[in-house]
Ligand binder design. Structure first.
Ligand SMILES: [Zn+2]
Ligand SMILES: [Zn+2]
Length: 572
C-alpha cells in the first residue's frame, strides 16, 4: 500500500514546484476526459492514460491511434480470458522498453528490491500477478522501469503469488493484495489523493457475473467545489505566519494551509491561531464525473454495493455480445422484393409522404424504431405470435447461459443506474464493425466509407491521402444492423419510466442514444450531465437514424446525397 506522506502542514508538491506561491491560482478547467476504444477501452486524462484490458491486437491499435503509449500509467484488467489479457506484456515491453536497459540499470533495480517504485500499476483478478511475472521470467525479458500487480481478491480466495524479495521479478515492485469488503466490493483501489498530475479521481470495483471472475470498475471524480477566496485568505494566513511557525508541528509556509484546505478527501475546517476558522471550499452542487467500465458480464451486476457505486454514471461502458435483429433489418428482403417488382415510382411517392409525416412526429418518444408492447416471457411472446419478441427472449437466455449480455440487459441496467451516456462493446462475430472514416461516436449512417479493410483513425486516413469510398449497400447494411442493436438498448434505457430519466431540457421528449463502439472511436465526457452540444449532436443523429431505419425496413435502402453529386439510392 502506498502511504499518503502528504501532511497538511508540509508544502504540497504543487507549491514546492510553484515559483511564486503567493500568486493566487487560476481556477483549473476540469480534466479533459476522453475514452478511446482500443482493448476494452482507454481513458485519456490529457497526459495520463488508464488502459482497460489488452487483447493481442491492442498494442498495434495503440500505435495506430493518437494516444501516446508512454502516458499509460495504469492498466486495469477485467478478467483473465485470453481476449482481454494477451496484449498486456507486449504493451509493458513497449512502454518500458528493455532496449535501453544497461547492466548497471538492472543492477540498480535489483538492489532496490522491495523498495522499488512502480512506473506502471496494474490491477486485476487473482492470477494476473502470476501470469505477468511468469511471462517475463520465461521470456527472460527485462524492462527499463518497474511494474506492480495489485490483485483484487474475492472472499475465500488468495493472491496468486506473493511479493517477497525472492518472488519479485527484477522489474517488479511490490503489489497490494486488495481484499473485498463484507459487501463483496473492492474499495479505493486508486486513492483520489494519489492521482498523478491532477489529483482527484478514485477507483472502486466490484464483481460481475461471467464464466470466470470478472470485474467492473467505477472511476469517480470528486464533486466540484467553488474556488477558495484567495484575496481574503492570503492576508489572513500571512498575518498568522509567526504563530503558525510556532505551532507543533510548525507550519513554516503559511500558504500551505491553502493546499491543505483543497486536499482530498475533504479536510475538517482549520482554525488559525488568531481564532478564524477556515473552511474547505464549498461544493458547487454539481456531480463530478463517474465512468463505469465493465468487463464481460451477463446483465449489469447483482451485487447491490456495486450497483450503488454505479448509480448516476456519467458514462457506462458495457458489453453487448449477443442481440436479436428484426427480420426487416437483418435481411432487407422486403425492400428487395418490392423494388424488384418495378414499383419504384409509386414507392418513392409513398416514402416521401411517409417521411413528411415522420418529420412532424419527431421528438416524440414513440418512434418506429422504439419497441413497444413487450412480452415478459417466451410463452407470452409466442402466444401473441410476436416472432421478434420470442427471438429476443431466446437470445437473451442463450447470452445469459454464456455469461454475456444483450441490448435488453444493457438498456435495463443503464436505466436502473440512471446512466447519462452508454457505449457498448464486445460484439459477437455476427456484428462486424462498420467502416467509418471518423472517430466520432455519432457518424452519419450515410457517410462515405473508409478505404481500408479495417477501421482507421481519421488521421491515418488523411495521411494515407486515400479518398473515402462511396457508401456501398453492404456497408449500409452493417451500419443499420449495428444501429438496430443499439436502438434496442436506447429503448430499454429510456424506458417505460422515460419521464423520470429524461434529460432535463427544453425538449421534453429528448431521447438518449446508446453508442456502439468501434476501434479508434473516441467519446469525450466534458461534464457529468450531457452538454448542450452533445444533446444537439444526438438530436441530429436521431433524425437521420429515424429516416434510415425506416427507409431500410420498408424499401431495403436509403437515398444518399453527397457533396456535388446527385442523389443516389444505396440499397437493393
Ligand atoms: Zn471477452
Ligand atoms: Zn470473457
Amino acid at each position: 500500500m502506498v502511504e499518503r506522506t502528504h501532511s497538511p502542514f508540509m508544502p504540497s508538491h504543487e507549491e514546492r514546484m510553484s515559483p511564486n506561491p503567493a500568486q493566487p491560482k487560476v481556477k483549473k478547467a476540469p480534466t479533459p476526459v476522453s475514452v478511446h476504444f482500443l482493448g476494452t477501452c482507454s481513458v485519456d486524462f490529457g497526459n495520463n492514460i488508464w488502459l482497460f484490458d489488452a487483447a493481442d491486437g491492442t498494442n498495434n491499435r495503440l500505435h495506430q491511434s493518437s494516444l501516446r503509449m508512454v502516458n499509460i500509467s495504469r492498466i486495469f484488467v477485467t478478467h483473465m480470458h485470453a481476449d482481454h489479457v494477451l496484449g498486456i506484456v507486449a504493451i509493458l515491453a513497449v512502454v518500458m522498453s528493455g532496449v535501453g536497459q544497461t547492466p548497471e540499470g538492472l543492477e540498480r533495480l535489483r538492489k532496490q528490491g522491495v523498495n522499488k517504485k512502480a512506473d506502471i500499476n496494474i490491477y486485476g483478478p487473482v492470477g494476473l500477478r502470476e501470469f505477468i511475472r511468469n511471462i517475463f521470467r520465461i521470456t527472460t525479458a527485462t524492462l527499463t522501469g518497474a511494474f506492480a500487480v495489485h490483485e483484487l481478491i474475492p472472499e475465500g480466495s488468495q493472491p496468486s503469488a506473493g511479493c517477497s524479495p525472492e518472488e519479485l521479478h527484477v522489474n517488479e515492485a511490490v503489489g497490494r493484495d486488495i481484499y473485498a469488503n463484507a459487501e463483496g466490493v473492492w474499495e479505493t483501489i486508486v486513492d483520489e489523493a494519489l492521482f498523478k498530475g491532477n489529483k482527484g479521481w478514485s477507483v472502486n470495483a466490484g464483481p460481475l457475473v461471467h464464466r470466470v471472475p470478472s470485474i467492473g470498475y467505477v472511476l469517480k471524480e470528486p464533486d466540484p467545489t467553488h474556488p477558495l477566496d484567495h484575496q481574503r485568505l492570503i492576508p489572513l494566513l500571512q498575518a498568522n505566519s509567526k504563530a503558525l511557525a510556532a505551532m507543533d508541528p510548525p507550519i513554516k509556509h503559511p500558504l500551505s494551509v491553502l493546499s491543505h484546505l483543497t486536499s482530498l478527501p475533504r479536510p475538517p475546517p482549520f482554525t488559525l491561531p488568531s481564532g478564524e476558522v477556515l473552511h474547505p471550499p464549498e461544493p458547487t452542487g454539481e456531480q463530478g464525473r463517474k465512468l463505469v467500465i465493465f468487463g464481460d458480464c451477463s446483465g449489469g451486476t447483482p451485487n447491490k454495493a456495486l450497483q450503488a457505486l454505479c448509480s448516476n454514471a456519467s458514462l457506462l461502458i458495457h458489453e453487448c455480445t449477443n442481440a436479436a435483429i428484426p427480420e426487416s433489418v437483418q435481411k432487407g428482403d422486403k425492400g428487395r422484393a418490392v423494388r424488384a417488382s418495378g414499383l419504384e415510382q409509386s414507392l418513392e411517392k409513398k416514402r416521401d409522404k411517409e417521411f413528411e409525416l415522420a418529420a412532424k412526429d419527431r421528438g416524440v418518444a414513440r418512434e418506429p424504431w422504439v419497441f413497444h408492447g413487450r412480452h415478459d416471457t417466451l410463452a407470452a411472446a409466442v402466444a401473441a405470435e410476436d416472432e421478434f419478441e420470442a427471438k429476443r427472449i431466446q437470445v437473451r437466455k442463450k447470452a445469459q447461459s454464456r455469461g454475456h449480455s444483450t441490448p435488453d440487459d444493457v438498456g435495463e441496467f443503464a436505466n436502473t443506474i440512471g446512466a447519462r451516456r452508454v457505449v457498448v462493446n464486445h460484439f459477437s462475430a455476427m456484428f462486424p464493425s462498420p467502416k467509418y472514416t471518423t472517430n466520432d461516436p455519432f457518424p452519419s449512417l450515410l457517410s462515405r466509407m473508409s478505404p481500408f479493410p479495417y477501421p482507421t483513425t481519421s488521421a491515418a486516413y488523411h495521411e494515407a491521402n486515400t479518398p473515402a469510398k462511396p457508401l456501398h449497400p453492404s456497408e449500409l447494411h452493417l451500419r443499420v444492423i449495428m444501429q438496430s442493436l443499439v436502438n434496442q438498448i436506447s429503448a430499454a434505457w429510456n424506458g417505460r419510466d422515460c419521464e423520470d430519466h429524461a434529460v432535463q431540457g427544453p425538449e421534453q421528449h429528448f431521447v438518449r442514444l446508446a453508442v456502439p463502439s468501434r476501434d479508434f472511436m473516441v467519446i469525450r465526457v466534458p461534464s457529468h450531465e450531457l452538454t448542450e452540444h452533445e444533446m444537439d449532436t444526438m438530436r441530429e443523429a436521431r433524425e437521420e437514424i429515424v429516416y434510415v431505419m425506416k427507409s431500410w425496413a420498408d424499401y431495403g435502402g436509403a437515398w444518399v446525397e453527397e457533396d456535388g453529386e446527385e442523389k443516389r439510392w444505396v440499397g437493393v
